[in-house]
Design a protein around this ligand. Structure first.
Ligand code: E4P
Length: 216
């Protein structure tokens, strides 16, 4: 399973990219708004220079024409831009148009296996089921990831599943076990994935033992 960073914070992207474990970034209007920079284009262009892999930019229109216009415009910002389109009737129609033009689509706000199937049939390159938001509503978000992975595998559909709305490190483990191609995760979850108290204790023990030897 590959890991994308779910953020519009450029410093977080820079810091995570240095680790060599990130192969894409996902943004959305809420993440952009959190950074207080309304210049979506410049934020995305900067991120595209830091990470080579797919960088998801969300359309801001809700109608088909507007979504297609947004998609065509943002896809010119950088060669690695992928367009996030919500899973609505308008979103599916827009996806079927722009995907035929060679624009990569990440179908977002996916909450059911049926939406996942439709995303693939419309030509989306990626499908993002929102695990945490489903869990918040008392559903098993990861089961939706698993169901979509099973459907794509069964019918040999090439759309990749991005486990999104990830809230904690256990989500990453279960997403990987469910067969998600990618998990897009917030920076704090990436940091939590790295750290383990036994690693810190182990380093400290090795260093202390080494010092004892050099003091002999
Ligand atoms: C990523 O593509 C999604 O926009 C993001 O993971 C949503 O996460 P949230 O449910 O924490 O807002």
């Amino acid at each position: 399973m590959r890991i994308f960073l779910d953020t519009a914070n450029i410093e977080q992207v820079r810091s995570a990219a240095k680790l060599g474990v990130i192969s894409g970034v996902t943004t959305n209007p809420s993440l952009i708004s959190k950074e207080g920079n309304a210049d979506y284009e410049s934020v995305i262009k900067t991120i595209c220079t830091i990470v080579e892999g797919p960088i998801s930019v969300e359309v801001l229109a809700e109608d088909v024409k507007g979504m297609i216009k947004d998609a065509r415009k943002a896809s010119k910002w950088a060669p690695n831009v992928v367009i996030k389109i919500p899973c609505t009737a308008a979103g599916l129609e827009a996806t079927s148009v722009v995907s035929k033009e060679g624009i990569g689509v990440n179908m977002t706000l996916v909450f059911s296996p049926n939406q996942g199937l439709l995303a693939a049939l419309a030509g989306a390159a990626y499908c993002s089921p929102f695990v945490g938001r489903l869990d918040d509503h008392g559903h098993d978000g990861m089961q939706v990831v698993k169901d979509i992975v099973d459907i794509y595998t069964h019918y040999k559909l090439s759309t990749q599943v991005i486990a999104a709305s990830i809230r904690h490190p256990l989500h990453c483990v279960t997403a990987a076990k469910a067969g998600a191609h990618i998990a897009t995760i917030p920076y704090n979850v990436l940091m939590q994935m790295i750290s383990h108290p036994l690693t810190d204790i182990g380093i400290s023990r090795f260093m202390n033992d080494w010092k004892k030897l050099s003091q002999k």
